[in-house]
Design a protein around this ligand. Structure first.
Ligand SMILES: [Zn+2]
Length: 337
């Protein structure tokens, strides 16, 4: 080992003058070099962390971090290099919806039972009225869907809903702006179902969906896809079972559906568009009736829920509809009667 190794640094003045040599012991020069290398690594590391957490490539870096390297060789490093992408706007909205649903008590079976009966708690209605109200009409909720059967059909007129036929997987659209009160598959007979609370205290139901695309607490605008049309629950084939509820009753949505379905012009003759704006009186053409017990024929679709909801109405207790969610329902899901 050489004892007398020195580095000579020449200091050259910018504006001329004599160059001065500066002799530095070798170990200082080497230490300086090492420090600079370490500092460079630190900058790279911090930069990587920052871009992983906040940068555009964050999600991809996180994916890399999630790769299974087999050996644990990288384990420690990957733990140290913990990184997570910042939440996307969609994710932030999802979290807000979950929080809102929790705060308001939406999204569970109790809330669904209440909404099925057209009963909207004041806090729910207030929340729904924070969205921009629509024009008092309902959008036909399946763009290319054709009218199957309507309000008051079925034996005894129990079917207080409109059935809309379309191909499986077709988008089901929110008929009016509002807040999702329930999205799940715990209501017997309905399969995957979505309930939306609208300004003015309307509630709409979309049942038999192949899948739901929204969650409770989420705000929706008119025309927003909320589900894929299907045939889950007690259903004879792909269709949307669409209901409008208001103030404890089921109402005929057709007079305020604008524009109506193409194949349905005869049912709603060319009349002035009818609107039912929040806070205004219900148009006479919109008939409303209490939900009825289903005659329970094996060859009818949508059986149980009407019966169960009716039972709840009699008892006046939303909790009673918990029976509507009995496990027996599970066996019926997906069966096309
Ligand atoms: Zn139906």
């Amino acid at each position: 080992m050489r004892r007398s190794d020195h580095w000579t640094i020449l200091i050259v003045p910018a504006r001329g003058g004599a160059t001065r040599p500066l002799r530095v012991p070798g170990w200082i020069a080497r230490a300086t070099r090492t420090c600079m290398a370490l500092a460079f690594c630190a900058v790279v590391f911090v930069g990587w962390q920052l871009q992983a957490r906040f940068g555009l490539l964050g999600p991809h870096v996180t994916e890399l971090g999630g790769l299974d390297f087999g050996a644990d060789r990288f384990g420690l490093f990957m733990n140290v290099a913990w990184s997570r992408p910042s939440p996307t706007p969609d994710e932030l909205r999802r979290r807000a919806a979950i929080q809102r649903a929790q705060k308001l008590g939406l999204g569970d079976r109790r809330a669904a039972s209440s909404l099925l009966l057209g009963m909207v708690e004041p806090a729910w209605r207030q929340e729904a009225e924070r969205v921009r109200p629509g024009d008092g009409t309902l959008l036909w909720p399946v763009r290319s869907g054709w009218y199957g059967r309507g309000y008051g059909s079925g034996s005894g007129g129990y079917h207080l809903a409109v059935d809309i036929n379309a191909d499986r997987g077709t988008d089901v659209l929110a008929a009016a702006p509002g807040i999702v009160g329930y999205a799940g598959r715990e209501l017997r007979g309905f399969g995957n179902a979505v309930l939306i609370i609208h300004p003015g205290g309307w509630v709409t139901l979309y049942a038999h969906n192949a899948s739901n695309a929204v969650i409770a607490g989420q705000r929706v605008v008119q025309g927003q896809p909320i589900a894929a049309l299907g045939s889950t629950g007690r259903s004879m084939g792909p269709h949307l079972h669409f209901e409008l509820m208001h103030d404890g009753r089921n109402c005929d949505p057709m007079p305020i559906v604008r524009p109506g379905p193409d194949s349905y012009r005869n049912y709603v003759p060319a009349m002035d568009p009818l609107a039912w704006r929040p806070g205004t009186a219900r148009p006479e053409a919109v008939r409303c009736k209490r939900r009825m017990a289903h005659p329970s024929h094996a060859d009818d679709d949508e059986g149980g829920h009407e019966v169960d909801a009716h039972a709840a109405a009699r008892s006046g207790d939303g909790a009673a509809t918990a029976r509507a969610d009995a496990p027996a329902a599970a066996g019926l899901d997906g069966i096309q009667l």
